[in-house]
Design a protein. Sequence first.
Length: 550
Amino acid sequence: MGKLRNNFIFITGGVLSSLGKGVITASLASLIEELNYKVNIIKLDPYLNVDAGTMNPYEHGEVFITFDGGETDLDIGHYERFTNIYFSKNNNITAGRIYRDLINKEREGVFLGKTIQVVPHLTNEIKEKILDLSQNFDFTLVEVGGTVGDIEGLPFLEAIRQMAIEFKTKVKFIHVTYVPFLENTEELKTKPSQHSIKKLQESGIQPNLIIVRSEVPITQEIRNKIALFSNLLPKYVLNIPYLSDIYQIPLLLLNQGITKLLIDNKKNNTIKQSKWSDLNIIIKKIEKQPNVVNIAIVGKYTTLKDSYKSLIEALKHSSIENFIKINIKLIDSLKHEKKVIKKELNYIDGVIIAGGFGIRGIKGKINILKYLRENGIPTLGICFGLQLMVIEFCRNVLKIANATSQEFVLDKAVNKAVNNEDFAFVVKLMEDQKYVKLVGGTMRLGNYKCKVIDNTLAFKVYQQEYIIERHRHRYEINNEYLDLLKEKGFIVSGINEELNVVEIMEYVHHPFYLGVQFHPEFNSRIFKPNKLFSFFINFLKTNKFNKTIN
Ligand code: GLN
């Protein structure tokens, strides 16, 4: 399919943020993959951070970790979950990175004698990066973060406008917009969309397709009106009304002809049987059956659901695989500082202690962990979750009262002058982290191998000797305490042999009490759920409904 090489589809957004541009981009990529084309996706983010690693999950949602250790925008997570692609950290281009690279070139003398300007130098830098990443792909989808009209986004819009001139018919633009529904007059309003389409056109960009998000389905009249303002035929205005499940979006777009409208290659533009239609049938069947497992996620970023995006999605993937509904409850660990509020854990079948950073909120997590361990409630600890499992066990079972993590002592905001001898660091700073000076991009990040020890719960989960999962941490379990922990039944069941770092631990006198140093949630896709979550859900289902594990 050589002649379809190097096509670009740019996706912009208008009116509001959070319209689901990321999911729409991911859906489209998956549909194009179903046509057997090679697809890549790039996310352009107008903010000035070099990457998302230093951003607050309360504000920006989760940081998604790529296989090669990129700390990226959470939309990259959607791209992976919907497609077969493995995204590199390079696929998330922030304005911060563009400026940094451009200024570095200036310092190196690349532009000697010249005045460096937004146009053409910054825009050229953007175009170069896009072109580099699009080589050897039939289609490159480029999602432009933010909304049209943002000051920060202007250089990106200018760069993609120029690409339309250079690559002519190989460039298509999709604009995602919002049509509000006014309840008191029961009217759909197109004015905000008209403005955002105008703004886009003012930037010299003519959309080829409009996708309207709305609370209720738009009428033909509304479609015609938007089409008129967009210089398009009404069939080029698609609609995604409010949906309960993001995995319905690919089929919805397919049924409205998105691939035919965008890819004018007559022979290859029909998907005979989309895997998304089969999936939607299964999802509907699951909704109709009565069984539910209740899962709690314990963390401190519970005010914004997006902070645990990958975790929640990974659980959804596994629930579909196990043909069971799940109900997820986010529990704020800060509420459990004094003592565990048992009522909050009523009806909960299994608990996940999520990853996290810093001393705030750990007391509550440790209280909850003690309760879960002592009461045989299935528990999965992720990264920080594993570290806290070890701290709790050392304090309450091994009676090491001053057991803690070096992270809490190094937390400068809390503790200025401390005497290290006062603490037993059962979780300690990793060896190579001692020399790290910068905060951004310096943790142990991305893929690392883990050897799974035979005859353990972990081995039952993975059923293979070596696994690869993604990481994001600075601290590790202190190997000096492993023998003591083992004596009481808290054993190591996964290890990174090269670095001698604990990767998985489990408590043998408990039905399911397992912690992992990695983040399995970054390795789960709707059509390829992660084994650990699938096993966990299957375990909870079997426990509750007493069926055989399949
Ligand atoms: N704060 C811990 C560390 O840096 C755990 C990190 C995490 O949960 N991602 O090691």
